[in-house]
Design a protein around this ligand. Structure first.
Ligand code: NAG
Ligand code: NAG
Length: 397
């Protein structure tokens, strides 16, 4: 690692180690002997500066000689001064500093400034901190409608911070009305930063979108079912620890009872609902497109269901409102039944009444006949009795 430039008589030692410290003496024919003392300071960082959010890294400063009045200042990746917890060794040859609760935004090149009066040292030593994490928040909500399509994505920072270690991860789904968790996707990223994904669930409608961002985990739900609401948890694992980011999917559904076109003179109930529990400041609202104030029906705050009874056809719109923002809307068209259908229904009910009336008449006629037959039979029996008792009788027929 050492080379001497014969013209300048310079000695160059590269990749210095602590063991390179010591006295270097130069003897040259005809010139006085010169001795130079070399002190070496070494800064090391635990886990090669790689960690997950909220973890700590340990910096160790080792010196080839005792430095009793050493001043250490740290500058983070944004150039701000950081006061680390310093624990100097009794020998003053080793200083240990802990960088606590690191965040993804702390990733970057840090500087350790060391200063000593005797021997005089004034040096900045650079080192890299890489905190692997999500660029998406730890929790967010997404909204979708039944039969719609949505792409859920989690952006990772491994390309941005040039992370150089392999890591794995997976995507889990926790359904709203069930405690069970299902693995939807597994992925791994190699040391070279190549991502490989595998779909794990066979009965969940899930696709990997074609135009994919290399640094994001993305899944497309092509035909959303109302049961797809729930928590989608993306987890990264490194070094036996993990970090996760969750998307809660709220699925909105609208339905009518009875289904089908609205018959003139009848009523219909339109229901709009979200199976998950709503955030505390959210509610649902039905309103008629171009309607009046009377055509608005709202759920209570936090209540995931609203019903409206309607008696006229038209276009209705259900909104999910959080605070003052409309998060998602779903249109429902109520068509008026064609006139012939109303006639058919009215006709059928008239026909029904006629049939009932007919049946009633038949019963009455039958009943009267049966009554008469019974009376006749009774009289015949009486006549027979009188004959047996040798009496005569005039039967009235
Ligand atoms: C060390 O870095 C700090 C922060 O960037 C800077 O203010 C200071 O001048 C540097 N000192 C040396 C000796 O390079
Ligand atoms: C609502 O009103 C607008 C503007 O008058 C009109 O263009 C639109 O067709 C109406 N929509 C319905 C469903 O009545």
């Amino acid at each position: 690692r050492a080379e001497i430039d014969s013209h300048t008589k310079h000695l160059k030692v590269s990749h210095l180690r602590l063991s390179d410290a010591g006295d270097y003496t130069c003897r040259w024919d005809g010139s006085p002997t010169v001795t130079i003392s070399l002190h070496v300071i070494e800064l090391t960082i635990s886990s090669e500066g790689h960690c997950l959010p909220d973890e700590s890294l340990v910096l160790t400063l080792n010196s080839s000689l005792s430095l009793p009045d050493l001043k250490i200042t740290l500058f983070n990746s944004h150039g701000d001064t950081v006061r680390p917890e310093l624990s100097p060794h009794k020998s003053h040859r080793s200083y240990i500093m802990e960088l606590k609760e690191l965040k993804a935004r702390d990733s970057g090149t840090w500087k350790c400034h060391v200063h000593s009066a005797s021997p005089f040292i004034n040096q900045n030593i650079s080192f890299d901190v890489k905190v692997l994490g999500f660029q998406t928040p730890a929790f967010k909500r997404e909204y979708a409608t039944v039969d719609g399509t949505i792409t859920l994505s989690w952006h990772l920072n491994f390309q941005q911070i040039t992370w150089r270690k392999a890591f794995t991860g997976h995507l889990n789904w926790k359904q709203t009305q069930s405690a069970s968790t299902q693995e939807l996707l597994g992925f791994k990223v190699t040391e070279q930063g190549e991502k490989h994904e595998t779909i794990k669930s066979s009965h969940f409608q899930l696709e990997l979108p074609e135009s994919k961002t290399q640094s994001a985990i993305e899944v497309k739900l092509p035909r959303i079912h109302v049961n797809y609401s729930g928590h989608y948890q993306c987890q990264l694992a490194y070094n036996g620890r993990y970090v996760q980011s969750t998307i809660e999917l709220l699925v909105m559904e609208a339905s009518a009872n009875p289904v089908g076109p609205l018959l003139r003179g009848t009523e219909m109930i339109l229901t709009c609902q979200v199976l998950s529990s709503l955030p505390p400041n959210a509610y649902l609202r039905w309103e008629r497109v171009n309607g009046t104030v009377k055509d608005i029906k709202e759920s209570k705050q936090h209540e995931g269901k609203v019903e409206v009874t309607i008696s006229a056809a038209g276009l209705w719109n259900c909104h999910l409102i959080e605070g003052n923002d409309i998060k998602i809307s779903l249109k429902y068209l109520v068509e008026e039944a064609p006139t012939w259908m109303s006639y058919v229904v009215t006709g059928a009910s008239i026909a029904g009444s006629v049939l009932l009336f007919g049946l009633a008449c038949l019963c009455i006629i039958h009943g009267v006949r049966w009554q008469r037959r019974r009376q006749r039979a009774k009289r015949m029996a009486q006549a027979r009795q009188h004959l047996l008792e040798n009496k005569t009788c005039q039967c009235e027929q």
